[in-house]
Design a protein around this ligand. Sequence first.
Ligand code: SF4
Length: 532
Amino acid sequence: MSFVKLPPRKTTAHRKTKELRNLVVILGDQLDSDSAAFDGFDPALDCIWMAEAVEEASHVWCHKMRLVFFFSAMRHFRDSLLGRSWRVEYRELSATPENGTPESLQALLAEDLARLKPREVHVVQPGDARVQRQLAAAAASAEVPLKIIEDRHFFVPLHEAQEMAISGRGYLLEGFYRRMRRKLDVLMDEECNPIGGQWNFDANNREAFPRTGPGEIKPRTSFRPDRLTREVMAMVEARFAGHPGALERWDVPVDRKGALKWLQEFICDHLPAFGRWQDAMWVGEPFLHHARLSALLNVKLLNPREVVGAALEAHKRGRASLADVEGFVRQIIGWREYVRAIYWKEMPGYAQRNYLEATGEVPRFFWDGKTAMECVRDAMQSVINYGYAHHIQRLMVLGLYAQLAGVHPYKFHEWHMAMYLDAVDWVSLPNTIGMSQYGDGGIMATKPYCATGNYISRMSNACKTCRFDPTKGTGPRACPFTSMYWNFLARHKAKFARNARMAFQMRNLERKSVGEIIALRKAAEDHLASVS
Ligand code: SF4
């Protein structure tokens, strides 16, 4: 850990004679130059504080690419601030650990508060309740007031999003989404009805690829690591050598210019095919027509307004259909704002939710991708190479496997936080514990997302080259998804019997004989024993 030596600037001389007014904390997922943190910022009186903390890199076993993405984007952001002659105190990790340097964000901040003695600390609301607690503890120990600023990156203030998300006694995404459409006047006609006469086009957006595959997928610009990124890569390889993932296929942007380039490429080359194929998978095609913008949005190199605006403009100009644009916009103004509202409403208790009482560990192949299950191997290849899997691989391959296998939902969340570039606590926790694992018992999803291997077979070509057969739950070619699915339903029969939306699946379970269920359970248990 070292302090970055800043070039001499006017502010350096000034700060020798004046006490520091505000220390403005910028976290690794707050790289927004229009952030509310900078409102009223005076380089002569105020100072920005950023830190690369060992604890943030290791509290979960972080993918190397994720570490490089965050640290490199932070260093690029720091340099852009220095270019504006702003004073930045930046704690940089070096390849070799230095004795006595604190490892946690809290301890680093406490040390610098004692040294810099600001009158106040300002921070935009962090995306992680744990980090918020750490900052508050550091400020309290230094007896410096901490001011948490509302994050205007989002379309609506948090309290308003929470009011909009609650419907009757619970949360309702569809109601939230419709309110957001009306409020933001997105895809609405003059009578305040949805354009096209319907709120969503899900029915148009569930196609699988034809037997010949997805056809040519135009590649995104692959960003070669620049000097700063190479320095971070060397540091990560030296300091976090044992961490999972690889850096060889590095291609992501780490600054605003690169982020805008990917946005433009998505809008021009992929949005017109996004909706129709958004649930489809194809082996060896990790990105298909997915946006791959979530990491850039979540570290705030992109603003959701410009992303939604660009999609709406493409529709206006006739370059993308209503179904494509609606399906994409819903993710940003609907789902993204909705999960944030729920995260802050339900934390800290939400992290402990485990409705299905799952106790399992994350399997080894979730870290190295070594498995005979072709769908899992292919999805994991994408995760290892790019810190990325598109949403249907996350939900209906990796998430589904974890759920059926009985992985503890918080352990699955920790894996998610470790392996995906775009994972920040506020978005990861509701998506994993709630949506993917049904750990919240129905807050995020009205029923568990569960299926046999037949679903994967329908939406992908993976089963064609797999040694397992998705139609079989028992026998030498039994597909683990299929045997575990039936065992999952049988295991949670009492809970699912109370859920009307599970009635169809439970009726199918009832058609199976006791002998069949015992054989399926044995196949599922044998599979789990073979991978533990
Ligand atoms: Fe996946 Fe089963 Fe299909 Fe193999 S057969 S690819 S394990 S769903």
